[in-house]
Ligand binder design. Structure first.
Ligand SMILES: Nc1nc2c(ncn2[C@@H]2O[C@H](COP(=O)(O)OP(=O)(O)OP(=O)(O)O)[C@@H](O)[C@H]2O)c(=O)[nH]1
Length: 986
């Protein structure tokens, strides 16, 4: 039975590697490793070889083989101390060394030899010296002596160093060394040398040399050398670099005394005598400085008196404007002993002045008796209302009103205005800016109340109208279809209402909002098909959430696609129930299981899997599941009990509007509450009108007299087309409707001119939080909504993981959407509707998204390092985020052509698409919607000349510093970073 070599080695208690060697020597070839097996014949052969070896007593060959194998098996041999040199002579006879030991030779001498041996043997490993050593050796040294002696030997440090230093050379290339050992003696044969005696190689099989070498290191040569060297002067051991380098002990130096920088010689205070004192001295005045000090003291006292009597003008105002602590300090000063003395002096002086006719000229001339004025003699008492720090003021207001509301004395306000260079009376009207300025100057937190307009009065009346329960009646649900393009939204709706709209659509893509109300048995359902989820969110952004139920259409063959993910975010943000229609079930490649799995990964766990999302399998072609879908919608509607008051004036939303040649403006409205009737006066956004006619949305020529709740209807009668998503209200008076519409129109214009207010930004989040501008949920937790757009899914996952780690008791980060790709209009709409900040990670917003974000004040923060996002949010949550630098976008250019000039680099021939590219800016390079990096602008040229700036529509040459890989079609974004000085409180 075959036996593995390592098993046999175990049995024989030998090293398995040695046994491999022995096998080779025994003629059992092809056994390269201990894992090789020996068959019975081979085993017999090896055993025979071993027995033969053990049987031959004293035979050098046999003994050597046996030594190699039996070393560990003969522990009974007394362990004798040995020297390192002997370790090397295991393969060869050791007699030369062993003998002196036996005959009691000097140990120190032996050590010396060993030392030389080790050095020489290693240097000339192939010197055939074993023979001599062998001849002089009566019996081979017991192998275990050498083996066991190794650990016991404690060579001199130098020896160890040498051994360590030399051995690796042998170990590094053992085969080569062996070969050399065989080859070298031949090459180095000296013809004049005496007849050489038998060598080790002559009686040890070549294969065994390796073993001998490995263990003994051919120290036979060393033995010979040792004999020779006895008479020779001892060679100086060669200096060998140790393998393990031990750094030399640094020569200890006395620690340097730190050089104490010589302090500059104490500077004498610069004493400058006042001019008056110098003059006095020149005139021969005695102690002029003393005189001057007296004079100065006098001046100071009179100044104190003035301040105590409240005579000073401007400084008072300034004082008031200072921080309370400062003011308090100053007040403290003046109310001290000096202050008291000052005011007493002032009172005395005042009386003297009055008596001497100062200020009382008129009285005296008219012969009236002097009567001291009360207000001047006593401390001034403010008659103004107590000062308030937090007030609301309706603008415009008079100075008097401002004073009354804020509690600031009118005089103080006047002085403040005077310091601004404005002389005003108490009845002067203040504008908002001035009022805010004065308030800020005096540390008053002023809130400007806008005057109530007719819009506020009428519209808020309508909005606040609460319907009695008894007036409420069930209403049809408004259902919106959302989903990825071409997943079958239109086809499904067509199938439901029995239309064929899809075949008439340009390019098969829905471009208009469609809204229909259909009967399903006794119930009705109102459907809204939007061209994209942004249109759906657009309505929400305007506070007009018409949708009651969102139906998410997912093609079973395609599964969840990027726009499906977006649609999920939009539907979730709208906080409406979601029903999934797994469409295209008739398609052969339909894989509903995969789609369900993907849906659950996106937080929509199907009901059949134990979740709360109803999934209906449908086919718009075969009609499969359509009824189930309608039933599910009605069931959901029933659960949520959608109700409205049919007897009130209508309120609703404009879905879409267009100008028709024959009918004028045709607005598609959907009634959210009440009933809209022909003849109603309607205001919608900044348009108004009287409902002239109403048409059914399914049949554009079918007139309707009234449209109940949840009914979509086409309306004529508006003066202008209202905006999509604008709310409409029915009013009683057309004049009111006109006024409201005009007011809104003016405001929109002003808003456009005056810019916008940023919705939410990382920088102002804390401010808004503290001012209560951000509403919390039931538990008082405020959410920081963010929308993430990134270049890869991996980035999103990493980012989400990092965001999960953020923990704050009052503020939570809510990722409303995290999708791959550039920032789109849909993202901005969602951000605008949800007060969210967009985090663009390695992606850029497209042109439309960028301009919409600008218009709506949606913040798009761009990042390319994950930890920077979390760091910013962390700082934001801790209220420590202060903008230190602000990126100002300058313009964008499209690379049309590139030119590479050998010594200059790549020049991009660009056209400026928008804004401006200016010298000294930085350029962000974007390719395929992804940011590659940003680099400083090296040179900017218009034709051949250097340009300071290049504006929109012009062509230019751009060379970037440190980046030459610009490609045609790249979008270059110019921006500059403005540094901010940190405020003191930051
Ligand atoms: N086989 C099969 N094809 C379908 C099904 N539903 C839709 N389609 C086809 O898919 C294509 C796209 O359908 P649409 O209804 O236009 O898809 P959509 O989601 O409305 O697309 P947009 O309007 O562009 O958003 C059309 O050619 C339909 O005929 C279905 O259930 N089965």
């Amino acid at each position: 039975m075959p036996i593995r070599i390592y098993a046999l080695a175990k049995e024989l208690q030998v090293d398995s590697k040695q046994l491999v060697d022995i096998c080779n020597r025994a003629g059992v070839t092809g056994k390269g490793s201990a894992l090789a097996s020996l068959d019975d014949d081979e085993l017999v052969k090896v055993k025979a070889f071993l027995n033969k070896d053990s049987g031959s007593d004293g035979g050098s060959r046999g003994s050597q083989s046996r030594q190699a194998v039996d070393e560990p098996m003969r522990p009974e041999r007394p362990v004798q101390p040995a020297k390192p040199s002997r370790i090397r002579t295991l393969g060869g006879p050791l007699g030369s060394k062993a003998q002196p030991n036996e005959d009691g030779s000097d140990a120190s001498q032996e050590e010396e030899v060993a030392e030389n041996d080790a050095t020489v043997v290693n240097e000339e490993p192939a010197q055939p010296a074993e023979t001599t050593a062998e001849e002089s050796t009566p019996a081979p040294a017991p192998p275990e002596e050498t083996e066991t002696s190794e650990p016991e030997t404690s060579p001199e440090p130098e020896q160890v160093e040498e051994v360590i230093a030399k051995e690796p050379a042998d170990d590094a290339e053992p085969n080569k060394a062996d070969d050399q050992e065989v080859a070298k003696p031949k090459a180095k044969v000296d013809p004049d040398a005496p007849v050489r005696s038998i060598r080790r190689g002559d009686y040890i099989a070549i294969g065994s040399q390796r073993k001998v070498r490995t263990l003994g290191g051919g120290s036979g040569g060393g033995a010979q050398k040792k004999d020779d060297d006895r008479d020779k002067p001892k060679p100086k051991p060669k200096k060998v670099t140790p393998v393990v380098k031990i750094a030399k002990m640094p020569t200890a130096q006395a620690p340097k005394q730190p050089t104490v920088s010589k302090e500059p010689a104490a500077q004498k205070p610069i004493m400058q005598l006042p001019k008056e004192a110098i003059k006095g001295a020149k005139k021969g005045q005695k102690a002029p400085l003393e005189e001057f000090t007296k004079l100065h003291e006098k001046k100071r006292k009179s100044k104190d008196r003035k301040s105590a009597t409240g005579v000073s003008e401007t400084p008072d105002v300034r004082e008031e404007s200072e921080t309370p602590s400062k003011t308090a300090r100053k007040k403290g000063k003046s109310t001290g002993m000096a202050g008291m003395a000052g005011s007493r002096d002032a009172r005395t002086q005042g009386r003297k002045r009055s008596r001497s006719g100062f200020g009382g000229d008129g009285d005296d001339s008219r012969g009236r008796r002097y009567r001291p004025r009360r207000e001047k003699s006593g401390p001034k008492v403010s008659t103004a209302a107590p000062r308030k720090s937090d007030v609301a003021l309706e603008m415009p207001c008079s100075l008097r009103e401002f004073s009354e509301v804020t509690g600031l004395p009118a005089q103080v306000v006047q002085r403040t205005l005077m310091s601004f260079g404005q002389m005003v009376t108490i009845n002067a009207m203040l504008d908002t800016e001035t009022a805010e300025l004065i308030a800020a100057e005096h540390g008053v937190d002023l809130k400007i109340k806008e005057p109530e307009t007719i819009e506020d009065t009428l519209i808020s009346q309508i909005e606040d109208q609460i319907d009695e329960d008894s007036d409420l009646a069930e209403r049809p649900p408004v259902v919106t279809f959302l989903g990825h393009v071409d997943h079958g939204k239109t086809s499904l709706l067509d199938k439901i209402i029995g239309l064929d709209v899809v075949s008439g659509e340009a390019g098969g893509i829905t471009q208009h909002i469609r809204a229909y109300i259909v009967d399903k048995g006794e119930k009705k359902i109102s459907f809204v098909d939007t061209p994209g989820h942004e249109a759906f969110t657009e309505m929400r952004a305007r506070g007009a959430n018409v949708t009651d139920i969102a139906v998410l259409i997912v093609a079973a063959d395609d599964g969840v696609m990027p726009q499906t993910e977006e649609a999920i975010s939009h539907a979730k943000a709208a906080e409406v129930p979601i029903i999934v229609a797994l469409n295209k079930m008739d398609v052969p490649g339909a894989n509903p299981e995969k789609a369900l799995q993907q849906l659950s990964q996106h937080g929509l766990l199907p009901a059949e899997w134990g979740g709360d999302v109803e999934v209906v399998k449908t086919s718009a072609i075969t009609g499969e599941g359509i009824d189930t879908l309608l039933e599910t919608i009605l069931l959901t509607s029933e659960i949520h009990e959608y109700k409205a008051n049919p007897n009130r004036d209508a309120v609703g939303v404009c879905l879409e509007a267009e100008q028709e040649s024959d009918r004028g403006v045709l607005a598609k409205l959907i009634v959210k509450n009440g009933t809209l009737k022909v003849g109603d006066i309607v205001v919608c956004g900044s348009t108004y009108g009287r409902v002239k006619a109403m048409y059914d949305t399914l049949d554009s020529r079918k007139r309707l007299e009234e449209a109940p709740t949840s009914t979509p209807v086409n309306v004529t009668g508006f003066d202008e087309a209202p905006g999509a998503g604008e709310k409409f209200y029915v009013l009683n008076d057309i004049a009111d409707a006109r006024e409201i519409a005009e007011m809104r129109s003016d405001r929109t214009r002003a808003d456009k001119l005056g810019g916008h207010t940023v919705k939410v930004s990382f920088e102002d989040f804390q401010e808004r939080l503290q001012s209560g501008n951000l509403a919390g949920d039931g538990a008082g937790i405020v959410y920081l909504n963010i929308i993430v757009r990134a270049d890869t899914r991996g980035t999103i996952e990493a980012l989400q993981k990092e965001l999960d780690k953020l923990d704050h008791p009052e503020v939570k980060v809510r990722v409303m959407q995290a999708t791959v790709g550039g920032v789109t209009v849909a993202d901005v709409t969602l951000a605008s509707a949800s007060d969210a900040v967009i985090v663009a990670f390695n992606v850029i917003p497209d042109e439309a998204a960028r301009s919409m974000a600008d218009d709506r004040g949606v913040q798009i923060r761009r990042y390319n390092i994950i930890y920077k996002v979390t760091e910013d949010i962390k700082l934001l949550l801790e209220g420590q985020l202060r903008p230190e630098s602000r990126v100002t976008e300058l313009g964008r250019a499209l690379v049309q052509r590139t030119f590479t000039i050998s010594r200059i680099g790549t020049i991009a021939g660009c056209r400026v698409l928008g804004g401006i590219i200016e010298r000294g800016c930085r350029i962000r390079v974007n390719r395929d919607g992804r940011g590659i990096g940003d680099y400083p602008l090296d040179s900017l040229k218009r034709e051949k000349d250097d340009a300071k700036e290049v504006r929109e529509g012009y062509e230019c040459g751009i060379k970037l510093s440190g980046f030459n890989d610009i490609k045609d079609g790249d979008i270059l974004e110019a921006f500059k970073v403005e540094e901010f000085a940190r405020t003191l409180d930051s």
